[in-house]
Ligand binder design. Structure first.
Ligand SMILES: [Zn+2]
Length: 292
């Protein structure tokens, strides 16, 4: 069954949590390319995927958030983008088997079209290459996440829709302004996201990162105010980041985070997972609250 068919039956699905923290726990050093671990430390990456599935995730993402050719070029690995993305999806598929979903993660390139950092065609081609490789490795979903610019997000959605059979999810990162309204770093509101991303062909929209779970409830309401049909996916951080001894830490406990899950679902969320600072324990607690 595709994820859209499952959602149509009214089921709320559970995604996974953060990968970066778990990679660091397995010894990844600052400055290392996380995505290269799909090749050099395959088993460690597999164990991370398995830990989320054991915690109850219906959907497991892939270790490919920074896997675009543009991002990988910063490590001199641009020409290995295909191989690295395919490997990331094959690892998650090995962990998921056929019964659960693999969502190939696509993050921002860090280049701004608006600033003339990059040409539209280069950006689009890079997203095509990445989504094709993720599908080839076994992804049935492409998830474009942590986006803040509509133009880049649209190109990524179109690339995935035009070149794969995958279900396409797009989630952007918002923060609340002094009037209590939500905007991305590039000034995009939740309703502008919904309109543009549906037009680009997205099947599912939502938000990840930038906020803890409590703030996400307002974002879901803003999305639902203009669209009560499109499935919504939310992946909050484990609370607001705190800066301690030069490190960013997220300290919201699994219990506190999970306690907001019923309200998040009531607001109209269809898929819940976690972003920065969340662990398999957070996912396990959410599963428990959801009556799994
Ligand atoms: Zn995050």
């Amino acid at each position: 069954m595709t994820i859209l068919e499952e959602l149509k039956r009214g089921k709320v699905l559970l995604s996974d949590g953060a990968w970066g923290t778990l990679l660091q726990a397995k010894g990844m050093k600052p400055g290392e390319c996380p995505e290269l671990w799909n090749i050099t430390r395959r088993n460690d990456v597999l164990e991370i995927a398995q830990s989320y599935l054991q915690a109850g995730s219906d959907i497991i993402e892939t270790n490919s958030f920074g896997g675009s050719r543009i991002k990988l070029s910063q490590y001199g690995l641009g020409n290995r983008a295909g191989e690295i993305n395919e490997a990331s999806a094959s690892i998650s598929r090995e962990a998921a088997g056929i019964s659960r979903h693999v969502a190939g993660s696509v993050g921002p390139t860090g280049k701004m079209l608006l600033m003339g950092d990059v040409a539209e065609a280069e950006l689009y081609d890079g997203f095509c290459e990445q989504s094709i490789a993720l599908e080839k490795g076994g992804a049935d979903i492409i998830i474009i996440e942590t986006m803040s610019a509509l133009d880049e997000a649209s190109l990524a959605v179109k690339a995935a829709r035009e070149n794969t059979k995958c279900t396409v999810i797009i989630t952007m990162s918002f923060s609340k302004d002094s009037k209590g309204e939500y905007f991305t770093m590039m000034g995009v509101s939740p309703s502008e996201m919904v309109i543009s991303m549906k037009e680009a062909g997205a099947h599912i929209v939502g938000s990840n990162c930038g906020n803890g779970i409590e703030e996400m409830i307002g974002i879901v309401r803003a999305i639902r105010a203009i669209d009560n049909k499109i499935p919504v996916m939310i992946q909050p951080n484990a609370g607001t980041p705190e800066f301690i001894e030069g490190k960013t830490v997220y300290r919201e406990s699994p219990g506190i985070m999970a306690s907001f899950v019923p309200e998040l679902i009531k607001a109209g969320t269809n898929i819940i997972g976690g972003c920065c600072g969340t662990t398999p324990e957070h996912i396990r607690e959410m599963a428990r609250v959801m009556g799994r």
